[in-house]
Design a protein around this ligand. Sequence first.
Ligand code: GAR
Length: 208
Amino acid sequence: MKKTKIAVFVSGGGTNLQALIDSEKIGALAHGEIVLVVSDKADAYALTRAKDNGIKTAVVVKKELGSQQAFEERLQRILEENGIEMIVLAGFMCILSADFTSKWPKRIINIHPSLIPSFCGKGCYGLHVHEKALAYGVKVTGATVHFVNEIPDGGEIIFQKPVAVLDGDTPEVLQKRVMEEAEWIILPKACEKVASEIVEKGDNYGRL
Ligand code: GAR
């Protein structure tokens, strides 16, 4: 059976990458194959997870390339060289420009650790999201997987899952609960959904 060739973009620990790898191992990511992990940080632990699982890696550092355009051109070249058909942003802390995202319509998905449209957009990432949720005093938060377009965290929603905020939560405790109860479940599920749609609709689906 044909599988969608997936690149996972990471910047940090890579627990969401691990959830995707585990899902492929147990056959739940039946229509996708993680063939490449791309990091914008040379020391991201996610790279170790990829190597431990025999997945090819690439490091592309924006600062070294000097501009957003050069950064994205390098990313695009690596994706093309590896025949990538779909991109998963799994804790990738760079915003991609409209120039880049328009080349991949409905082919990039992102996991965000809140119920969009709450606590999202530019500057709202990682632990900050949970700090903001606690400061606001919401009693329910969660995670969202969405398609990526030119608006940060603004693309069509694929899945969301709510998670309770409990008395005494710190940002770290809440982050861990949101990962365990939502992110690591809905990201692999969304990845399989989109990968299977790409297989069904053929190579030109959604592409310019
Ligand atoms: C995850 O909580 C992910 O949702 C978040 O960063 C963390 C990465 O953890 N992403 C964003 O905030 C993107 N806006 P991980 O490296 O262990 O997967």
